[in-house]
Design a protein around this ligand. Structure first.
Ligand code: FAD
Length: 469
């Protein structure tokens, strides 16, 4: 039986790039955490911006909802379709080229489907740095990073993906191409449509290309793991290191002892830097534009002051690239160790940095009182005020049964976040997973403005429906 809509898609991209058989579509329909499998009418795989525009025009004509997808590593069910089977997944994976590097302007222009690691390498080939870095960098795409305004491990120094972007190319919900690939650091010519598209999670249009900023590669990078007895001391250490090291501080990650134990259990091949356990650990990184001696001197002086002030119990400093990689591997394997351990309830929250220790104390106590079988797996980008505050069952308990507590656990965590003027999504976005929470925690005035923007740009409501709003 012919399907006029799919026939028009085949005429645009070729039959080989319109997948409509279940086994071909399967890899595109399940989220990275394996918690949800949706259903789609087809998976469309265009190769360039012109094909994306024609496909969107066909979808608009036939009122077919579109779910844009990059690397499908998102954590809030934004990149997979619902279970109605009415939507198409539009994969950007074949738009994967680095289009140009301008070493004078210090910018790189990329296709939206370019893998983050590829962009980092393209910059490095010119002795420049593209600083966005996160554990999914081997699979996630620039378009996905932009659409979720991803954070990662270097926000403290370089900002979120939004701060790294100068221009965008976007296919609108009508199938028009907006060429906003401007490589300007200053451009005050009206509403900032670029910033509207960034973090929109595919609900306002499809990003097909971007101009991203590059930076001088640091001359030396030095990493240390510091052991402490509380998150409060970690906050004091942050202030101390910021004062002592200024802009050389590029990463400041908090990890609880539970996180390190989990990694050691599931990835025994990774280093175990300390023999005795400590309550909290901070992984910190300095990047010097001067020299390795400069970085070492700054770090040793900061850690020396922290020891004098009794803020830290122990510290190891990586003396080689391999050792530094080993320490970062511990941090980056926490999500993987959690996935290996079973299901858990994730929260990606943001707080004023000054409230982080209070939040951990109050929320840990409230959760353990309400759910004594729970275990908090808390880590995150402390320097950005961002915690991944995840809750799992204690050893031996059933993970599936534990998930029945999700609504109650979310309420405790999110209410505390709201009470302390934080955000229920720091860097992962809203997707379908947190959509209902958004209604509870966002100001009605703000929600109404968001709905008005969505209705104005996407009146047919075909762009990633059911996500964010
Ligand atoms: C192991 C692991 C570690 C992670 N660490 C971090 C971290 O440190 N910091 C952080 O911020 N995030 C982190 N994430 C989540 C993060 O959001 C994603 O890894 C990444 O930014 C998403 O890119 P992607 O290409 O996989 O997008 P996808 O998952 O494919 O899509 C994400 C969202 O963007 C939309 N989208 C994708 N491409 C486009 C496009 N071209 N145009 C319009 N909309 C589009 C999708 O519809 C969806 O709503 C992590 C994920 C994993 C699995």
């Amino acid at each position: 039986m012919t399907d006029p809509f799919l026939d028009s898609c085949r005429a645009i991209v070729g039959a080989a790039f319109v997948l409509d058989q279940p086994h071909d579509m399967a890899p595109f329909l399940t989220d990275w955490r394996g918690r949800f499998t949706g259903s789609a009418r087809a998976v469309l795989r265009p190769q360039d911006t012109a094909q994306v525009a024609l496909l969107v025009q066909a979808c608009a004509a036939h009122r077919v909802p579109i779910v844009p997808q990059g690397g499908n590593t998102g954590l809030v069910l934004g990149s997979v379709p619902d279970d109605t089977g009415t939507a198409v997944v539009l994969s950007l994976a074949r738009l994967n080229q680095v289009r140009a590097i301008d070493t004078v302007n210090r910018t790189v222009t990329v296709d939206a489907g370019a893998i983050l690691h590829t962009v980092q390498q393209a910059a490095a080939a010119h002795k420049l740095l593209f600083p966005l870095s996160l554990a999914a960098e081997g699979s996630c795409t620039i378009g996905g990073n932009l659409s979720t305004n991803a954070g990662g491990t270097a926000v403290l120094r370089y900002g979120n993906t939004r701060e790294l972007c100068l221009g965008l190319e976007v296919v609108t919900p009508q199938g028009d191409v907006w060429d906003g690939l401007r490589a300007l650091r200053k451009d005050n010519t009206g509403y900032d449509l670029r910033d509207l598209m960034i973090g929109a999670e595919g609900t306002l249009g499809i990003i097909t290309g971007a101009v991203m900023k590059l930076f001088p590669a640091p001359r030396a990078t030095i990493t240390a793991l510091v052991a402490l007895d509380s998150a409060r001391n970690a906050l004091a250490l942050l202030g101390l290191v910021q004062d002592a090291c200024g802009a050389t501080l590029t990463g400041f990650e908090l990890m609880s002892s539970v996180c390190l134990e989990l990694v050691a259990t599931h990835f025994p091949q990774l280093p175990r830097p300390f023999t005795a356990p400590h309550a909290q650990y901070v992984l910190l990184e300095l990047s010097s534009s001067e020299s390795e001696e400069n970085a070492v001197r700054l770090l040793e002086s900061a850690i020396g002051s922290a020891v004098d002030q009794e803020l830290c119990d122990d510290a190891v400093v990586a003396t080689s690239l391999a050792q530094s990689r080993g320490l970062w591997n511990i941090r980056e394997h926490i999500p993987l160790a959690q996935a290996a351990a079973g299901k858990n309830i994730k929260h990606d929250v943001s707080l004023p940095i000054s409230r982080i220790a209070d939040f951990i104390d109050v929320t840990d106590a409230a959760l353990l009182a309400a759910y004594p079988d729970s275990q908090v797996i808390c880590f995150g980008h402390l320097g950005d005020g961002n915690l991944h505050y995840n809750v799992a069952p204690r050893d031996g308990a059933s993970h599936d049964a534990f998930l029945a507590n999700q609504a109650g656990i979310n309420r405790i965590v999110n209410d505390n976040v709201a009470e302390m003027h934080g955000s229920i999504s720091a860097e992962h976005g809203i997707g379908a997973l947190k959509r209902d929470d958004l209604v509870r925690y966002k100001e009605p005035v703000e929600l109404n403005m968001m709905r008005a923007i969505k209705a104005a740009l996407d009146p047919l409501g075909i762009m990633n429906p059911g996500k964010v709003l």
